[in-house]
Design a protein around this ligand. Sequence first.
Ligand code: ASP
Length: 421
Amino acid sequence: MHKKKISITTKILFALVTGIVFGLVANIFFPQAANDVLSKWILNPVGNVFLRAIKMLVVPLVLFSLICGSASVGDVKKLGRVGGKIFIFYMCTTAFAVSIALLLANVLKPGVGVKLPAATSVKAAQAPFLMDIFVNMVPTNPIEAMVKGDMLQIIVFAIIFGTAMTLIGEKVKPLLNIMNQVNSVLLKMIGIIMNIAPYGVFALISGVVMNQGLKVLIPLLKYFLVCLLVMAIHVLFVYGGALRLIGKLNPIKFFKKFWPVMVMALSTSSSNATIPLNLETCEKKFGASKSVASFTIPLGATINMDGTGIMQGVAALFIAQIYGTNLSIQQQIMIILVATLASIGTAGVPSAGVVMLSMVLQQVGLPLEGVALVLSIDRLVDMARTTVNITGDAVGTLIVANSEGEVDLDIYYDRVKNSAA
Ligand code: ASP
């Protein structure tokens, strides 16, 4: 068991590296027609089968794990405490992430001197109204929420459902048992689907690299690099530091065991699609209790988007610099606020963050056409920011769980052989 799992994670890494190399080779040396055929007949189908198989699990898993999680905390006060702590962690780290992004974008000035072809023909997305995010969190019809895959609404429904079960107590124990069993079946299904992950990762990554190539990167290289730099700083120092200082956990151990989840986020560009593996990793490899992780991971995938916040901070300044506008301190504080709140309403699916960027730009009076400027390389930025987003979810989960004494440190530090490692 132990050996088999390691070989799958190694295969995933191998798939990532060969996928990138293959994509680059195809982009540079193969004729466009050959790449089109390859994408259409092999890469897209394989990548899509993998993506669809994971997505198939997301809605039921979020629903059942959140209900079981909030019902098995066993005490409404504790549920409120865990909820409060994780919410504060998610919001503060996002605000911090946007602040670092603004600081570095002010210093490094990615937009100064950049000449871009006028790309204003792309229509900017309609900016959503901020308060609608909060109102729409409450579903009028939970079944509709599940059909549409509206995570925020599913979360609200599941938490209230689980809380009600906690309040009833003993009488609904049999129901909780059944739900827990469904949950274990869903987790087992993830195990089965992960067997095709290496092929999926190869197909998704090589497809992106092959089609994007490096050409699109050149005019926006500075913007891309500043985003990557801020994200690296945030992951290594903010998350690493928080794990060590607040969570009292070894960050190196964390990253050593967490990277397969990062690869998954990188290749799918979707926090939602990463929920199953993230959940499994937090429970089985880090020893976080099910009741905390099954509550905080789906929540984080939906409302915690530090990488997206970083992109929005850098993009806002990049766009301001290109248009030659100066943003005052007040406007920049506004960006921190709006980007942090907007992260709650940003869905954990590819490209959601760039739609929300229009809201951030609108709040500070920047031209919405700016979105069109960063759109051409958004897929690459999306891969990076999704990786940051889901890392924040796991870090927050472990810190909060450990503060409640809900991390099995023997599993975290591999002091016992655990069944799923
Ligand atoms: N793709 C991101 C995620 O799933 C959201 C975004 O587009 O920023 O976390």
